[in-house]
Design a protein around this ligand. Structure first.
Ligand code: ADP
Ligand code: MG
Length: 322
């Protein structure tokens, strides 16, 4: 199977939204009047972002999910994406499974594959997503105000818990590992929530490198600080609710929920007067949200434990070159 047959067989489908899709030198996408284009790229590298033996169907899902998560963080509606693939070999079974995972998520978000590039080389997947958002309505990292509530969607830390178990840093009961592993391998981009939070959230981003580090980006962009309730963030580790997990060390729970990475949840701020609107948006998007703290004037993050003590800050967010 050659390069062009591979593209035709696994990635080319009839166009639906774009003026021109796969097959020419460029794809053509007509912007909707009154909307701004939201564009983001994320690359997944074998050994860095996924294990060599991960199922290609899960990889197809995740490669697009992490990109859609960036659109979600901006409140943008997904339109289309391009796919740059470096493959060790033209393996039909692999491509078939990868395309299934990819297109299942793409179709769920009505997001169309409009082009890409295919080369032979170490396994590497790079997707660029294109979305749209009404002009000046995008959710940004700047905009958090003193007194705003800090919210996160869904659960936190399960992906990291699974990753550490797969790296044999600790053992997990099989049922817990299976559940946590699903969070690692099949993250849910919170697209509907991001769109519902337009005009409600004062700032937002998606949590990909760990809550504290990512929240730090909001704080820095907004020139503010934050206070976080550790009792609440601890409750967001889903695995913790499993009866077999009662003995999980508190330090491990904090490490996973506060600095875990790979969560792909939204972290956002909103005026405390807008609480009802936030809950309405969450309900509309059928996505749970939890208020975990408050924006303060004093720079930095203070994590408070149930007995009123401040947790020593020893979590750094992931940095490929640190
Ligand atoms: P060019 O030589 O102009 O770079 P290519 O020969 O690389 O074009 O690709 C041919 C067509 O197939 C282009 O429309 C390109 O966007 C598309 N394409 C290539 N690889 C992929 C891929 N992995 N997924 C989707 N479309 C692809
Ligand atoms: Mg090319």
């Amino acid at each position: 199977m050659g390069e062009f047959e591979l593209i035709r067989r696994f990635f080319q489908r009839p166009t639906r939204r774009s003026a021109l899709g796969i097959g020419d030198d460029c794809a053509l996408l007509a912007p909707t009047p009154g909307m701004q284009m939201a564009i983001s790229t994320d690359m997944l590298v074998e050994g860095k972002h996924f294990f060599a033996d991960v199922h290609p169907q899960l990889l197809g899902h995740k490669a697009l999910a992490v990109n859609l998560s960036d659109l979600a963080a901006c409140g943008a509606k997904p339109l289309a994406f391009t796919l740059a693939l470096s493959l060790p070999r033209a393996d039909a079974a692999w491509c078939q499974a990868f395309a299934e995972g990819l297109f299942a998520l793409a179709d769920a978000h009505d997001c169309e594959l409009i082009g890409g590039d295919t080369t032979q080389g170490p396994l590497n997947i790079c997707i660029t997503v294109f979305g749209e958002v009404p002009t000046d309505a995008a959710l940004l990292r700047k905009g958090a105000k003193v007194g705003d509530d800090i919210w996160v969607s869904g659960s936190l830390g399960d992906a990291r818990l699974a990753l550490d178990a797969l790296l044999r840093q600790h053992a997990l009961p099989p049922a817990v590992l299976a559940q946590a592993r699903q969070r690692l391998e099949q993250p849910t981009p919170r697209v509907a929530l991001g769109m519902a939070l337009r005009g409600v959230a004062s700032s937002a981003l998606d949590v990909s490198d760990g809550l504290l580090g990512d929240l730090g980006h909001i704080l820095e962009a907004s020139g503010v600080g934050a206070r976080i309730d550790a009792n609440i963030t601890r409750s967001l580790l889903r695995a913790r609710k499993h009866p077999l997990m009662a003995a999980l060390a508190m330090s491990r729970i904090d490490a996973c929920t506060l600095a875990g990475g790979d969560d792909y949840e939204l972290c956002f701020t909103a005026a405390s007067a807008a609480q009802a609107e936030v809950l309405h948006a969450a309900q509309q998007a059928q996505t749970p949200v939890t208020c975990i703290g408050r924006i303060e004037a004093e720079p930095g993050v203070r994590i408070m434990t149930p007995n009123g003590q401040q947790l020593p800050l020893r979590f750094a967010s992931f940095d490929h070159f640190a």
